[in-house]
Every structure is written in structure tokens, then in C-alpha cells.
Design a protein. Sequence first.
Length: 98
Amino acid sequence: MFKRIGAVLLVLLILGLMLVFTRLNPGTIDIDLAVAKVESSIPLAFTIAFATGWLFGLLCMSFVAMRLINERRRLRRSLRNTEVEVSSLRNLPLSDAD
């Protein structure tokens, strides 16, 4: 519950900061993309840069998460095999007890 409240407050804070930034920077900038020049408002350029960086970070994090999920699956399989082996060894009769 506190996570959701914190997330909502964080989103509201970011939106508020974006509104303040938009009000304080009404100008336009020229963006040279090497193949074309684009004229854009400053807040729009920052928003696109922020969203692009966020998506790139999400993509990079998904690769790390997939690697961790595969490692977890491999470790669970190994644990299951080890538990089966230990269980079978416990069920063997003692041959050295004379």
C-alpha cells in the first residue's frame, strides 16, 4: 500500500516539476540529427530525451532480469536434483555397520 502511495506521489511530483519547467522555458531549440534539422520546444525535447533514456534503461534492465531468471531456473533444477540424490542416499541401507 505504501509503495503505491509513494509511486503516485513520485509521479505527481514529476508532473509538477514538468509543468514548472514548461512554464519557465517557453523557447524553442534547433536539433541537428545529422540528416535533418528539427525545431522543437525545449520541454518537448527534454521529454523525448527523458523518455528515450528511460526506455533504453528499461531495455538494459530487462536483459539483466532475464539473465537472473535463467540463473534462478538453473539453480532450482540443480537443487531439485541434489535433493533427490540426498533422499536416495538416505534410503540406502548401511553396509558398514557390523
